[in-house]
Ligand binder design. Sequence first.
Ligand code: UFG
Length: 323
Amino acid sequence: MILVVGGAGYIGSHLVKELVEKEEVIVLDNLSTGHREAIDTRAIFVQGDLGNEEDLQMIFSSYPIKAVMHFAAFSLVGESVVDPLKYYENNVAATLTLLKVMMKNNIKNFIFSSTAATYGIPNVEIIDEQTVTAPINPYGHSKLMIEQMLSDFSKAYGLNYVILRYFNAAGAHESSKIGESHDPETHLIPIILQQLLGQREKVAVFGSDYDTADGTCIRDYIHVTDLASAHILALEALLSGKKSAEIYNLGNGLGYSVKEVIETCERVTGVKANVEMADRRAGDPARLVASSQKIYNELGWKAERNLEQIIADAWKWHNNQQY
Ligand code: UFG
């Protein structure tokens, strides 16, 4: 049985939908940002907190957990600058409790959701796992601290882990039953699609004077279903003993500017956006584009869905919005 912490959230719920096809799954989530209805009905659900030793011990004593996948983090860069305590408390301290209780129960397989924010402002066009990590905000720091702990725990206690550094997760499940449902929403693609649906007045482009071809920030958008499939491969690699301490980037390898994303949304949906230029948002690097060559070479994973597909699936979900 696999424990998915944060399985009611955006990325966790998409992973659970794939994982229940292969494994028995138990989800632990406190529903602070996730949605109960987004959890596949084939998974067992426990409402509880990853920072609560009793909740964790109850699960480890009651179920034969062979691996833990951890998605339960706060992930807004701007918020982390304003409220770093929230980020260090949940993303670092609570995760440390999870790791402690795992070690106590001799559970040695762990998959960790990390982020491109660990790279800060990279000095290369295409970021690979050798690129220097130098976060520029508390969110990125909080993820990198856990990465360090995992490396130390691996050497000291024999913990096996795979760290997956996501670039910009987007899109929705092909069933349109689950998608990206944040409140408040801060991410570019859902904001554009909400505007196209008339749910917000305009799309503000945060900065048009960056050192990029059209002056707007470039990101690497990755379909949430492609992220889910990478997790399944990582889990299989851990459980088979093929991998014991790895870090992989997860991206498409293609960069799209904010303007290009807006144009693609307009093309896919056939609706024109109401766009305004705005000031830069604090903490945004000009360009974040991944090389995912390492996970392709080692586990055979590559992103299969392009930006059009991401937007088409997200649009379908926004029109049919459930959870
Ligand atoms: N943007 C706008 N207008 C908006 C919203 C976003 O112009 O209304 C721009 C941002 O400035 C940025 C780009 O669109 O240049 C993408 O912004 P998102 O907020 O969608 O995503 P981020 O790149 O800021 O962050 C995401 C995750 C983080 C993660 C990061 C890693 O939310 O958790 O990707 O690449 F750290």
